[in-house]
Design a protein around this ligand. Structure first.
Ligand code: AHR
Length: 522
């Protein structure tokens, strides 16, 4: 069963209060009420909740971000695709995690610096067993972050290297003065440090990152974090401990208890919306049951962040340590005839639903959830971009991230939601997910997602004050299983929403089945 945050409660649905006609189908409208808190919170929705993740996995880096400096068929800047730069800039991506994932704990950063012809190769043992030529390394990544206007989040190896290797990496990228690593950086063509703030201290230490116990990892963390000195002279490093696998609450408890908090700025959490790790199901031709199960797993994030936050509250009443959900998203079977180790999957309206409800969950828990990373940016898992040769398409997930970006660094308006059920067999889920915020210009934004596959939801909102204007956009499509393809890249894209009517402090919204709506109120 699901738990909801204090400000998000549910009542049993009052079914079938009205009917409307969509196409040729009469669809029951269900009643939902939402109350926006009339008094301002002092909680900021950190822009870092909108982070992304780029691993050396399949075609994420190579073919995705990077086509090589010598490429003549895809327009690029220093090897980075121009179309990717343009698309990601529009998302205002606040941070980008690299080089993994599981790959991170096999990565030797010194293999990826210096003249490209001299770089050693390694085998990417986690992802397809392909040969990694290290042509995309530290300089390539950090310079790319500058092009994208995003902050790098480097995931350090703590499982297969000694402390010195990670300490050297911090010094190499962050030290302004004279030192062995800073001098090496200069030899490789970069005078100024990049001042990298965000650092992962290992990844999935309970699994691919060393199969450690939480107690053992807590000790490893303490050691490595101690030597990640503050070389950047500008605010310090933000160290993120490798966090729990979904509902492994003992992991979070152990870390919070055993790691001195002066060594710890964030604790991670990984949770994928997956039906069953053995039978994940197809990305586009999923059954109604598979859709329900995916939504159930996505909604599970609500319970996870509630419970992990409660554990963190016990040890950190001032909420100094952030909960960092640095891997989330839908995970399905790979597309037929693609390398199983490359995790390439299509992206439908189901993925838009995952993004819509997950981001709302993060907003509503913004006091503790202050950073997150969708897995992954390009051509891997729930990607925002797919590429094929010199073609690029934006997925439904991209459009949700773009529509929701108005919440970045805005002040949370807590909401109380009483909503209808999406019933499947004996089980049910909340049909509607909502969050709201007010930005620095005083504009209020409300984002609403209706995951019900065939019922329009009538939502009555009691607003925090009287407004004069409501306008917004909607993302939906004719079919839940629709996706953008290279033949039809704009099949799914946002359009103007005309289903909202405002009267003073009351707003009525008709949310079509499987839709995401973002409204601006002035
Ligand atoms: O995102 C793909 C993989 O999922 C990551 O490498 C790993 O951390 C997780 O298990």
């Amino acid at each position: 069963m699901y738990l909801f945050s204090g400000n998000q409660t549910r009542k049993l649905a009052k079914l079938g209060i009205a009917f409307m006609v969509v196409g040729h189908v009469a669809v029951a409208q269900q009643a939902n009420t939402v109350q926006l808190a009339p008094t301002r919170s002092d909680i900021t929705i950190s822009k870092h909740i909108y982070g992304h993740f780029a691993e050396h996995l399949g075609r994420c880096i190579y073919d995705g971000f990077y086509v090589g400096e010598g490429n003549t068929s895809v327009p690029h800047t220093e090897g980075i695709r121009n179309d990717v730069i343009e698309a990601l800039k529009k998302l205002n991506i606040p941070n980008l995690r690299w080089p993994g994932g599981c790959f991170a704990d096999t990565y030797h950063w010194k293999d990826g610096i210096g003249p490209k012809d001299n770089r050693p190769t390694i085998v990417n043992t986690w992802w397809g067993g392909v040969t990694e030529d290290n042509s995309f390394g530290t300089h390539d990544f950090l310079n790319m972050c500058e092009l994208l206007g995003t902050e790098p989040y480097l995931a350090g190896n703590v499982a297969s290297v000694e402390v010195q290797e990670l300490a050297d990496w911090v010094q190499y990228v962050n030290h302004a003065g004279k030192s062995p690593m800073a001098d090496l950086r200069r030899e490789n063509g970069r005078e100024k440090p990049w001042n990298v703030t965000y650092w992962g201290v290992g990844n999935e230490a309970w699994g691919c990152g060393g199969n450690m116990t939480p107690d053992y990892y807590a000790d490893v963390y303490r050691r490595y974090a101690t030597f990640m000195a503050n070389w950047n002279n500008s605010g310090g490093v933000f160290r993120i401990a490798s966090g729990a696998n979904s509902s492994d609450y003992n992991w979070t408890e152990t870390l919070m208890k055993k790691i001195p908090h002066q060594l710890l700025e964030g604790v991670a959490l990984h949770h994928y919306a997956v039906i069953d790790w053995q039978e994940k199901g197809p990305s586009t031709t999923f059954s109604d049951e598979e859709y329900f199960k995916t939504m159930k797993s996505a909604w599970h994030m609500e319970e996870l962040v509630t419970k992990h936050s409660a554990i963190m509250d016990k040890y950190d009443t001032e909420k100094k340590v952030a909960l960092v959900v640095d891997e989330w998203g839908g995970w399905y079977d790979v597309e037929p005839e693609t390398n199983p180790g490359f995790l390439f999957q299509q992206n439908t309206m189901r993925d838009a639903m995952i993004a819509g409800i997950t981001l709302n969950i993060f907003h509503n828990h913004a006091e503790r959830v202050r950073m997150a990373n969708l897995a992954q940016t390009i051509n891997v898992l729930q990607a925002v971009i797919l590429t094929e040769g010199n073609k690029l398409l934006l997925t439904p997930t991209y459009h949700v991230m773009e529509m929701y970006k108005v919440h970045q660094d805005a002040t949370l308006i807590p909401v109380t939601v009483n909503c209808s059920d999406y019933v499947f067999g004996e089980e049910k889920l909340p049909a509607v997910s909502v969050s709201a915020s007010v930005d620095s210009l005083g504009k209020t934004h409300v984002s609403l997602t209706n995951i019900h596959p065939n019922t329009t939801q009538a939502v009555e909102l009691s607003l925090d004050k009287v407004y004069g204007k409501a306008a917004g956009r909607i993302l939906t499509s004719a079919n839940l299983r629709d996706f953008n393809s290279f033949d039809n890249p704009d099949k799914i894209k946002p359009s103007v929403f005309d289903g909202a009517s405002l009267k003073g402090d009351k707003l009525s919204v008709a949310l079509p089945p499987f839709s995401v709506v973002v409204l601006e109120l002035e």
